[in-house]
Design a protein around this ligand. Structure first.
Ligand SMILES: [Zn+2]
Length: 253
């Protein structure tokens, strides 16, 4: 058996047998499924680091296509997420989306994006719709589906005050050039365009450094959600659960 050490984020855990679990680990080299023996026994020292959304260093034994946990050390457990049901639900959606699109090819930027989002969700220093929009728009950009947000496709105007973000065409039209409307069109104002541009173009270090008011943020988020769904052709059950929570604030912890 080969021993290998990787840094990774637990995307999903599934109980198996009496005390074992299987977990999906997002690493810089794709997603591994790992079997961890005995970690559900009371007092297991690897119980926390093999929980959902734990980030750590894992020593794995590889036998053909199977991975087994040898040992692990936590780097960050993002405990803050567990104090807020809506933040936890949003993470669960990110995790489902990631499992649907990640491959076993090296994609270090996906792990980096997810870790940054988890940090801000855990610290509660950004509104949830902002983190959702960043995750979604940057994810599609990293996967090679960046929308064309440079200028109006027809007349070339750089920053119209009113515009239409078009999901189907992955571009935008200024108000003067918008003659027809599609169900996946979003009529927004310039601050939404500036924020969307920031997400797709900015350096990773500056990704979360922008502010939008609540209405514009909600429009940006509706656009990013639709764009991801249509571009990647995915539908996530966890997103419906997240919406059911955020639609009724009394359910939120
Ligand atoms: Zn135009």
């Amino acid at each position: 058996m080969l021993l290998t050490t990787v840094k990774g984020l637990v995307l999903r855990e599934t109980p198996i047998g009496e005390a074992d679990k299987l977990f999906d680990l997002l690493t810089e080299n794709g997603v591994y499924t790992v079997r961890a023996r005995g970690v559900r026994k009371p007092g297991s020292k690897y119980a926390a680091v093999t929980q959902c959304f734990a980030y750590g260093e894992f020593c794995l034994r590889r036998n053909k296509d199977f991975f087994y946990l040898d040992s692990a050390a936590p780097i960050s457990l993002f405990y803050g997420i567990r104090n807020h049901l809506d933040a936890l639900a949003l993470c669960t959606y990110f995790s489902e989306l990631m499992r649907k699109i990640a491959t076993n090819q090296p994609q270090p930027q996906l792990l980096r994006l997810f870790l940054h989002c988890l940090h801000y969700l855990s610290e509660q220093t950004r509104p949830l719709p902002q983190i959702q929009a960043i995750f979604e728009l940057r994810l599609v950009t990293e996967l090679g589906h960046m929308p064309n947000l440079l200028c109006c496709t027809l007349c070339g105007e750089y920053l119209p005050s009113h515009l239409t973000l078009r999901v189907t065409y992955g571009d935008f039209l200024c108000k003067d050039c918008t003659l027809h409307s599609d169900v996946s069109d979003f009529h927004v104002k310039s601050p939404v365009l500036l924020a969307a541009r920031h997400i797709v173009f900015s350096d990773f270090e500056k990704l979360f450094l922008f502010k939008l008011d609540e209405k514009n943020l909600s429009e940006l988020c509706a656009y990013s959600e639709c764009y991801v769904k249509q571009t990647l052709d995915v539908s996530c059950q966890a997103l419906r659960f997240y919406h059911s929570l955020t639609a009724d604030p009394n359910l939120s912890l």
